[in-house]
Design a protein around this ligand. Structure first.
Ligand SMILES: Nc1ncnc2c1ncn2[C@@H]1O[C@H](COP(=O)(O)OP(=O)(O)OP(=O)(O)O)[C@@H](O)[C@H]1O
Ligand SMILES: [Mg+2]
Length: 273
């Protein structure tokens, strides 16, 4: 069984059927890019994968565990746990403006620690053991945060605030923040489309280095050259369906469907390839 397996994802908003039966699989360490015109359903698909939308129909298995499927009912708590399998980096960074860079990266793990600490306290009565547990976990979170900032090249910005950073730097913080929760699959929704062209390179470089680390990733992108270089697989989404799917060589090698050829030509015309 594949590391990530999605079967028949279907989603409507009112009368508008946005996903019309999406199937794909991804192996551990693979990078999948999703390309397609505006409105084809790319963001909706990522949101369904990340439990931000609920598909009307379909199933999803990650690392041998079925997270979405027939008869599976979720509570707020199980949803929160399932969400932890995924990290999502948005187009618009979405950092907390009133927190420093390091706090942005460590906030979610610290909230999770609170939950875990409460569970720990139920079984551990000794005050000193509790204190030790908390101190050790906090140090670990902080150290990991610093390592992740180093990974994205922002060690020296740990104490800065988001507004003191360029868009490219903010996006790299957002990537570090997503990694801090140790997701099994890291997803990106057009991570460079809000950036000036001279800043896209530094973000793409970080994503490329994550591929080098063996991260499993799904990337919605309009950067065709990047998709060609970084992906193991590419899905071309059109009108809520997978119109074409293949290796970069297959997708960009010509002789595909008319729709895909027309899409690639239109992207080329806009100078985005
Ligand atoms: N929350 C929502 N409520 C109603 N309709 C929605 C909602 N989210 C998305 N849609 C509709 O679903 C369709 C697909 O939108 P989606 O954002 O997934 O497209 P996309 O491929 O990501 O487009 P883009 O390239 O512009 O980001 C659109 O018709 C959109 O209007
Ligand atoms: Mg979108």
């Amino acid at each position: 069984m594949a590391y990530l397996e999605i079967k028949d994802f279907t989603k409507s908003f009112g009368e508008n059927q946005v996903l019309k039966g999406i199937d794909f699989t991804l192996e551990k360490g693979e990078v999948l890019s999703i390309i397609g015109s505006s409105g084809s359903g790319k963001t909706t698909l990522l949101r369904c994968v990340n439990f931000l939308e609920k598909p009307d129909f379909g199933s999803m298995t990650v690392d041998g565990e079925t997270l979405i499927g027939d008869g599976i009912k979720d509570t707020e708590r199980t949803l929160r746990q399932k969400r932890l399998n995924f990290g999502l980096v948005f187009q618009s960074f979405n950092l907390f403006p009133h927190f420093t860079v390091i706090k942005n990266v460590t906030l979610a793990p610290e909230l999770l620690l609170k939950e875990n600490y409460a569970a720990f306290c139920k079984t551990e009565r000794s005050k000193s053991a509790r204190k030790e547990y908390l101190a050790a976990k906090r140090t670990e979170i902080h150290e990991t945060g610093k390592e992740l900032l180093a990974k994205v090249g922002l060690s020296e910005k740990a104490e800065s605030y988001p507004w003191q950073l360029s868009g490219g730097q903010q996006q790299r913080v957002a990537i570090a923040r997503a990694l801090a929760m140790r997701p099994k699959v890291l997803c990106f929704d057009e991570p460079t489309s809000a950036l000036d062209p001279e800043l896209t390179g530094e973000v793409l470089k970080v994503i490329r280095s994550l591929k080098g680390d063996g991260r499993t990733m799904i990337i919605v992108t309009h950067e065709m050259e990047f998709a060609k270089n970084v992906s193991d697989k590419i899905i071309y989404l059109a009108d809520g369906k997978i119109e074409d799917c293949g290796t970069p060589e297959e997708i960009f090698g010509g002789a595909r469907s008319e729709k895909l050829n027309a899409f690639l030509a239109s992207v080329n015309d806009k100078g985005e390839a």
